[in-house]
Design a protein around this ligand. Structure first.
Ligand code: FES
Length: 145
C-alpha cells in the first residue's frame, strides 16, 4: 500500500465512523413509552421524562405510543410546565417521521420539522398537527380531540 492509498483508506474509515456516530446519536436520544388513553387524553407519567440514573435530569423529548393511535406522538419538554406534543405524521404524504434531537425528519422525501412542528425543509409545506398539553406533578396529558 502506497502513501496515497493509505490516506484514502484512512479517510474512508474516518467518514464511516463520523457517519455511524451521528446515526447512533440520533437514535440513542429517543425513549419510547406505551401511554394509556383516558377519555380523549393520552396520559404520560411525568416520571417518563426522567433520565435513567439521574433523578434531577430530564429527557428533552419522548415518543408516546398507543395501539389506538395511527401514528406516535413526540412530546418535547422545555420546562416542568411547558410541553409540545406533535403527531409524527409527515404532512406531505403521511409517512411516519423520525426524531433526531430537536427536529423530525421524514425518511420518504426528506422533509424536516422543528420542535414546534414548523416546516424547515420541504417538500412538505404544512406544519405538523400539534396537540394541547397540560401537566401536573404526576402526568402530562395530551388532548387528542
Ligand atoms: S411523505 Fe414526508 S416528505 Fe414526502
Amino acid at each position: 500500500m502506497n502513501r496515497t492509498q493509505f490516506l484514502m483508506h484512512c479517510g474512508s474509515c474516518c467518514a464511516g465512523i463520523v457517519g455511524l456516530s451521528s446515526l447512533l446519536a440520533g437514535c440513542s436520544g429517543t425513549k419510547y413509552i406505551d401511554a394509556s388513553i383516558e377519555a380523549d387524553e393520552l396520559l404520560i407519567p411525568s416520571s417518563a421524562f426522567l433520565k435513567e440514573g439521574s433523578p434531577d435530569a430530564y429527557l428533552p423529548h419522548i415518543v408516546a405510543q398507543n395501539q389506538k393511535l395511527e401514528y406516535p406522538i413526540v412530546v418535547f419538554r422545555s420546562t416542568d410546565a411547558r410541553y409540545t406534543a406533535l403527531l409524527m405524521r409527515c404532512t406531505h404524504q403521511g409517512t411516519e417521521l423520525q426524531v433526531f434531537g430537536d427536529r423530525l425528519q421524514c425518511p420518504a422525501h426528506g422533509s424536516e420539522f422543528n420542535a414546534e412542528g414548523k416546516v424547515q425543509n420541504g417538500p412538505a409545506d404544512v406544519s405538523l398537527r400539534k396537540f394541547a398539553v397540560t401537566a401536573d406533578a404526576q402526568h402530562v396529558r395530551i388532548k387528542l380531540s
